[in-house]
Design a protein around this ligand. Structure first.
Ligand SMILES: CC(C)(COP(=O)(O)OP(=O)(O)OC[C@H]1O[C@@H](n2cnc3c(N)ncnc32)[C@H](O)[C@@H]1OP(=O)(O)O)[C@@H](O)C(=O)NCCC(=O)NCCS
Length: 348
């Protein structure tokens, strides 16, 4: 039987490179938090804005409603999620060694969202953002792993926060119905919770894209651009199912586990049909998949940590459970990991 790898790490996009570290420190999740904007918009309400129906949206995506920022800034959502995660972990902000925010865009281009959060919670540690679109949270975990391996971190706060409502064209029925806003956060401490992790990128600007601002440089011709989210839905769909199947198989194998040994799968919440497509191709039993897309929509990087927090608060994640996380999105990026849950289940 193949010897169990304690902490394999690999990346299949660059020339295949595998690193197996034994007796080395990784991290464990010791607290979770999340925040949604108060405003909820149902499919029926969106059907008053664009030519769509609840039946079309829910049958193709599983989404029934989503939260939309009206009065809350992205920073406020991120801070609320961060404070909850710190409280759940019983960690004070002064104890943090690092803050990473996963977001496609904070409230400012600079300072980073992580720096804004750092100020608001009174932390003193380094803080920066990572943009890997919907895969940003797992990319953040992978970056944190590097800090633990170099013994440069004790307690780490990772937040993923997105206001997708700012980036979609509310006149485009093909995209505006799919997304939502919110923030999720975790606090990490040194431990053996991260068992295997993988990140991939495959640069493409014509499949899922949000153009940046052009500015008003007087020395160049201004370009007329549509600066809203553009997506080739069917192409993204194929990419999502393929990468989710491949990445989950890779990290589960790297963890020395079989698919049936996974206790919970937390997939990126983009579309229920994508999850079903992967489910049909994997051997992980259906009842092990968890989701919240019905009430959240696609919140990009924040999808998985919000789901994680909802499951944690519901007391559904038992100590010792092996969780498989999988995400995919703009970039195109994808990422997956296997995490052993070392925290006592919340008593209900
Ligand atoms: C977006 C998605 C749900 C579209 O589903 P689909 O079955 O592929 O639908 P199509 O794009 O083929 O469009 C079918 C028709 O529905 C129409 N349509 C699109 N959005 C609609 C809406 N909200 N309401 C009603 N009709 C809609 C289209 O205009 C098209 O009409 P036409 O045939 O007359 O041209 C699907 O492609 C998808 O989920 N892709 C992945 C998206 C994703 O998850 N992105 C984020 C990844 S992080």
């Amino acid at each position: 039987m193949a010897k169990k790898q304690l902490m394999p790490w690999f990346n299949t996009v660059r020339p295949k490179y595998e690193r197996v570290m034994k007796n080395s420190m990784s991290f464990q999740i010791i607290g979770t938090g999340s925040a949604y904007p108060v405003c909820i918009k149902t499919n029926d309400e969106l059907s008053q804005l664009v030519d769509t129906t609840d039946e079309w949206i829910s049958s193709r995506t599983g989404i029934k409603s989503r939260h939309i920022s009206t009065t809350e800034s992205l920073s406020e959502l991120a801070v609320t999620a961060a404070k909850q995660a710190l409280e759940d972990a019983n960690v004070k902000s002064e104890e943090l060694s690092l803050i990473i925010c996963a977001t496609i865009q904070g409230d400012y281009v600079t300072p980073s969202l992580a720096c804004v959060v750092q100020k608001e919670i009174g932390a003193k540690c380094p803080a920066f953002d990572v943009n890997a679109a919907c895969s940003g949270f797992i990319y953040g975990l992978d970056i944190a792993l590097g800090y633990y391996e170099r013994k440069k971190a004790d307690k780490v706060l990772i937040i993923a926060a997105e206001t997708m409502s700012k980036h979609v064209n509310w006149k485009d029925r093909a995209t505006c119905v799919l997304f939502g806003d919110g923030a999720g956060a975790v606090v990490l401490s040194a431990g053996d919770g991260l068992v295997a992790i993988k990140t991939t990128a495959s640069g493409a600007t014509d499949i899922l894209t949000i153009p940046g601002r052009t500015g008003n440089n007087p020395f160049s011709e201004p370009k007329a651009i549509d600066d809203y989210l553009y997506m080739n839905g069917p192409e993204v769909f194929k990419f999502a199912v393929t990468s989710m199947c491949r990445d989950l198989k890779d990290v589960i194998a790297a963890a020395g586990l079989t698919e049936t040994e996974i206790d919970m799968v937390l997939p990126h919440q983009a579309n229920l049909k994508i999850i079903e497509g992967a489910m049909n191709r994997l051997k992980i039993p259906e009842e092990k998949y968890y989701g919240n897309i019905e009430h959240s929509g696609n919140i990009s990087a924040a999808s998985i940590p919000i789901l994680l927090d909802e499951l944690n608060k519901a007391g559904l994640i038992k100590k010792g459970f092996k969780l498989a996380l999988s995400s995919f999105g703009g970039g195109l990026t994808s990422a997956a990991c296997v995490i052993k849950w070392n925290k006592e289940a919340v008593q209900k």
